[in-house]
Design a protein around this ligand. Structure first.
Ligand SMILES: [Zn+2]
Length: 470
């Protein structure tokens, strides 16, 4: 056999041995679970086939929608402590296929990355969690508590999500604490620091999620023939209100976690950014805070976690080309700091728009306008539990010297199903990524580094050993 023939085989074999988690992720991406409809059941079957031979007991819970189900796998401990649970959603958002440079459902490994829809959100995490619990089972570590692994349906869709399942199957999901998606393990933009063994800037673990509030603005006018316009155009009135909102931004509101997060950023950045982060977190001088806000907000993620964000998402006006419509409507989706209430937000927006003829109504509170109430999601999970501590300790082992901080997650997750019942949930996307990788989430050419998947698996495996092994 010529070397030319042999070389690719060797490379393939090396890659294979290098990352079981990446191999599993490739398999998961190849099952298209774009929601709607989701078809999460296919993924449940794939995971069940892998876990069953390792001693997990498996239950699959169908939903009223054919093909959509939840899976709960349990690895038994001796029962002397309450279970630890890992939850990962199986569904993904759809794709704009023509904007991808690779097939989003082929699970292609290229240039050290796994490409595909869900690589970051959250099939990457599903692969990491699955690989970590399988490693635990293979190594037969005696456990003091059950380890529950849950493959969730309908996280990107609703209403048949985890909160729906919890209404009837809570006893199967009950635990002392849980892990799901949330905080970020961010890489340094400039690579490895001098003398450092890794390029991770910080590990953030989410202890609360922002919630969604949608307000509908409605302008009314006279509906008539477009040849004789009147001064009371609903569309113009709404447009003026929207323009005012476009020029407005809410003030920073830092929760205790967000303050700690910004202080971590201060420690891990250079001047002048380190000064801005410190000022935002600690200064009482409104000028300094405003300057810090302006500079820090150039990063849209940081802009989002320190305030209630304002996003216009729907507009509806008019139905044909020669009729002036009698009303125009816009839906504004706010992502709110826990504790914000819809009435206060409405009052604030009313003031900004300053037009009594624009009607403002609350379209829905909680995730995506449905489901969870504010109270359900405002309970921040404490950082004093064994699970948080195990995560923080394990992060130190995998990335020595890395700062670990709690974090307010900028979007919503399924954590509310547990947090609403007083169970702490910690969120993490368990793989170091760059800002550039992060911007591809829910976007095009979503990808995750292969070596990050391995590091993440190490992190979660060590965490489980610390928290669940005898
Ligand atoms: Zn997700």
């Amino acid at each position: 056999m010529s070397l030319r023939f042999f070389a690719p085989l060797l490379v393939a074999a090396t890659l294979h041995a290098a990352s079981p988690t990446a191999d599993l992720l490739v398999e998961l991406i190849r099952v298209d679970t774009s929601n709607p409809p989701g078809n999460e059941g296919k993924l449940d079957d794939l995971i069940a086939a892998k876990l069953k031979p390792l001693g997990f007991s498996i239950e699959i819970f169908p939903t009223p929608q054919p093909g959509k189900s939840h899976l709960i796998a349990r690895l038994k401990g001796d029962g002397s402590a309450r279970p630890v649970l890992l939850a990962a959603h199986a569904d993904v958002v759809g794709v704009e296929r023509e904007k991808w440079s690779v097939d989003p459902f082929a699970g292609i490994i290229k240039d050290g990355y796994v490409y595909g829809r869900g690589a970051i959100d959250f099939k990457g995490g599903l692969a990491v969690f699955a690989e970590a619990v399988m490693r635990l089972a293979r190594n037969k570590a005696p456990l003091k508590r059950d380890v529950i692994f849950m493959v969730e349906a309908d996280e990107e869709g609703q209403p048949l999500n985890t909160s729906w399942l919890a209404q009837t199957q809570w006893d199967k999901m009950d635990c002392e604490f849980a892990l799901n998606e949330g905080g970020w393990i961010m890489k340094r933009p400039d690579g490895r620091a001098k003398g450092a063994s890794h390029d991770v800037r910080y590990v953030s673990i989410s202890t609360a999620d922002k919630t969604a509030i949608s307000l509908v603005l409605t302008a009314k006018g006279t509906s008539t023939h477009s040849s004789m316009p009147r001064p009371d155009s609903a569309i113009f009135r709404l447009s003026k209100a929207m323009a005012k909102l476009a020029d407005y931004d809410t003030r920073p509101e830092l929760t205790a976690s967000t303050r700690e997060f910004f202080l971590t950023l201060a420690k891990t950045s250079e001047p002048p950014m380190s000064t801005y982060f410190t000022n935002l977190a600690t200064s009482k001088d409104p000028k300094k805070v405003a300057e810090a806000d302006r500079e820090i907000s150039k990063d849209i993620l940081l802009h989002a976690i320190m305030r209630n964000t304002i996003a216009p998402v729907l507009m509806n006006a008019g139905f044909r080309g020669n009729v002036i419509p009698g009303s125009a409507e816009a839906t504004i989706n706010f992502r709110a700091i826990p504790g914000t209430n819809a009435a206060d937000l409405t009052a604030e927006i009313k003031k900004v728009i300053a037009d009594p003829d624009i009607e403002i109504t609350v379209a829905g509170a909680g995730r995506g306008g449905r489901g969870l109430s504010f109270d359900n999601n405002t309970r921040e999970s404490k950082t004093t539990t064994d699970l948080y501590k195990a995560l923080a300790d394990s992060a130190q082992k995998v990335w020595p010297g890395v700062p670990v901080t709690p974090y307010l997650f900028q979007a919503g997750t399924d954590a509310g199903a547990w947090r609403s019942r007083g169970i702490p949930v910690y969120g993490i996307y368990p793989y170091p990524i760059s800002n550039e990788d992060l911007s591809r989430m829910h976007g095009n050419d979503e990808r995750v580094p292969v070596d990050s998947l391995e590091q993440g698996t190490d992190l979660i495996y060590r965490t489980l050993l610390q928290v669940a092994a005898k």
